[in-house]
Design a protein around this ligand. Structure first.
Ligand SMILES: Nc1ncnc2c1ncn2[C@@H]1O[C@H](COP(=O)(O)OP(=O)(O)OP(=O)(O)O)[C@@H](O)[C@H]1O
Length: 316
């Protein structure tokens, strides 16, 4: 049996003159965290809305959990959970009442409802607040309640749109830990839309980077870094007053692009095998090196390289 949970082919959606999603091919496998990245307006939310049947495509095909969202949106919604960027909770109701309302909408079997609500409130650390009115909740509590709600009917596939946006670092870390657990321990699949590249780097198994509705890159982070030929940067800290001389030497022997700041030299695109030779050169010239700090290429480096508009699309 195929482990493809989502597949789209040439998926396209227009709003008037704007092509929000432009011939998108997407494959998401069971048990992975798949990141949809891109600037504001790149087409992430529209893609999610097409996948869960809220919007109809103008062109292309979609399969989600083996179903077609155009004709089987209700069946898909029973098996998927959605956290939208601005989840609408009922402010006048308590946390428990909000979940009860949703359990009803999503046909959670009545004998199971209270146990399920209790379990979700416990998981999301909201048990003590269960009788509190949601209008009085902090942003972090509301976000956790929205996540609890998205999981209430035990969906196998989750669409999470900016789940940590606006959260303090502690709440954000807790939400990220939950997402990881939902996938790694419980075998669910997550499609994560985010602007937070550090979150994406930490969480996602594979990503697609969208620009103007088109995929400009897709694959694992390692694949994208390798495809783009990105290399590490290196910060060298040398003896006081020696940075310029060291810099000239490095430039002459290695030709590496660099910048000098005080006693530090920032080297771009350094090959691993050049590092010992570079240090030997400085040693021969009696330039003391006090720190060698490598910076491995990150998803952020991939993202900015691809958004320069000159780099061709990369599909790993
Ligand atoms: N209902 C709509 N009517 C008209 N245009 C729309 C509609 N929904 C989206 N768009 C347009 O489609 C494009 C893609 O929007 P979308 O919301 O999918 O982007 P996004 O990547 O999710 O952005 P953000 O990161 O800001 O949430 C944008 O140009 C947007 O203005």
């Amino acid at each position: 049996m195929s482990d493809l949970v989502i597949s789209t082919s040439q998926l396209t959606r227009r709003f008037g003159a704007t092509t929000a999603v432009d011939h998108l091919d997407l494959n998401v496998h069971r048990g992975e965290i798949y990141g949809l990245l891109g600037h504001n307006g790149a087409g992430k939310t529209t893609t999610v809305r097409l996948l869960n049947g809220v919007l109809r495509p103008d062109e292309g095909t979609i399969r989600v959990l083996g179903l077609d969202p155009v004709h089987q949106a209700d069946a898909i919604r029973q098996r998927t959970g959605v956290l939208t960027e601005t989840p609408s909770l009922e402010d006048r109701l308590t946390a428990t009442e909000n979940l009860e309302l949703y359990a009803d909408l999503y046909s959670v079997p009545i004998p199971a409802v209270q146990a399920r609500i209790h379990s979700m409130l416990t998981t999301f650390d909201l048990l003590d607040a269960r009788h509190g009115r949601v209008g009085n909740f902090s942003k972090g509590m509301k976000q956790r309640l929205a996540l609890a709600r998205a999981l209430l009917h035990d969906p196998e596939l989750l669409f999470l749109d900016e789940p940590t946006s606006g959260l303090d670092p502690v709440s954000a870390r807790s939400v990220n830990a939950t997402i990881t657990r939902l996938v790694r321990e419980e075998g669910r699949t997550v499609v994560l839309c985010t602007h937070d590249l550090a979150d994406a780097q930490q969480l996602c198994d594979r990503v697609s980077i969208l620009r103007h509705g088109q995929v400009v890159a897709s694959g694992s982070q390692e694949q994208l870094i390798a495809h783009l030929g990105l290399r590490r940067r290196l910060t060298l800290e040398v003896a006081r007053g020696e940075a310029r001389r060291a810099n000239t030497l490095i430039q002459t022997h290695f030709g590496t692009a660099r910048a000098v700041q005080g006693d530090r030299i920032e080297l771009e695109q350094v090959r691993r095998e050049d590092i010992p030779r570079l240090l030997a050169l400085l040693h021969e010239e009696s330039i003391d090196v006090f720190a060698v700090i490598p910076h491995l290429p990150t998803l952020e480096d991939v993202y900015f390289r691809l958004h320069d508009g000159r780099t061709p699309a990369v599909t790993a």
